[in-house]
Design a protein. Sequence first.
Length: 136
Amino acid sequence: MKYLIDTHIFLWSLFSPKKIPKPTVQIIKKSENEIFVSCITFWEISIKYSLNKLELEAVLPDELPNFAKRMNFEILNLTAEDAASFYRLPRTSHKDPFDRMIIWQAIREKMILLSKDSKIPAYQKFGLNLLDHSNP
């Protein structure tokens, strides 16, 4: 199966693995699963880091793609088609542009999104396949 992890799950994988829900950890550890991290995640982290809205533990944002690869996460690039068709993703109360693009990539690529964000399940009615842990 193909899974796309959101930014929180990626950061927790690096710095706070105990925060990741157990079912998500089991999915990530299963060798037959393909785990992806979006390049949008790296962009979000880099922007928030530069605005001093995010601290990283002795790591610079530039190093994160290599950490992802070492953790056997594949990097999902943003395609021109993803960007050009983004307008098709209906608006909900969730306004975060980074999350919305990650959601759109998961829908377009038919991946299961791994997230603990309580606002993301609203996109399931638009085709998002989600392993939801917002209400453990």
